[in-house]
Design a protein. Structure first.
Length: 64
């Protein structure tokens, strides 16, 4: 095999390794970001529902 063919194969191998690691990093960060956002959203929804229930309980107690 000539040296330029070896160089081309080596370059392709290095580029594919670098791209695969970068894709892994991007997917991992997107997944963690998505989980964090979903968690915050659910916490906010829970707080809102808790406030609504407390408000309804207080309102029903005051009406008696």
């Amino acid at each position: 095999m000539k040296i330029w063919k070896k160089l081309v194969l080596f370059t392709i191998a290095i580029i594919s390794i670098v791209l695969s690691f970068s894709r892994y990093y991007i997917v991992k960060n997107n997944f963690l970001h998505s989980i964090e956002n979903t968690s915050k959203q659910n916490i906010n929804q829970h707080s809102l529902e808790k406030y609504m229930l407390e408000s309804n309980i207080v309102k029903s107690i005051q009406e008696r």
